[in-house]
Design a protein around this ligand. Sequence first.
Ligand code: 5GP
Length: 121
Amino acid sequence: MAYSYDPENIFAKILRGEIPNNTVLETAHSLAFTDIAPQAPTHILVIPKGAYVNYDDFATNASDAEIVDFTRAISKVCEGAGVEADGFRLVSNAGRDGVQEVPHLHVHVLAGRNLGPMMTL
Ligand code: 5GP
């Protein structure tokens, strides 16, 4: 489906330098920074620099270079945070039912404790 991107979302403002962030990693096409309200000892958000609403939008419309860069950026974040050995969780919420707060694709990297069951309803 075609997604409509809101250039005033908070991560677009971070990418434009209008709002500060605690950068963990920056690559040609991606940015990673700590979550402002961490849900785990390690809680890092990885976003593409391009204007994509969610993972579906990104996978459909991004260039191969962006997709490779973003995928590897997530891996580098995990490596940099030293979480591979004990494990981690990647989450990307989308839309209403996914309870997506910020309409710019982001992958949550969560780690540093046993994260429990995937969902509690
Ligand atoms: P979502 O619910 O869209 O998957 O997650 C959005 C995430 O962005 C939340 O975990 C929230 O804490 C985080 N967040 C919202 N505003 C800001 C901000 O201004 N800076 C940072 N670093 N994180 C933010």
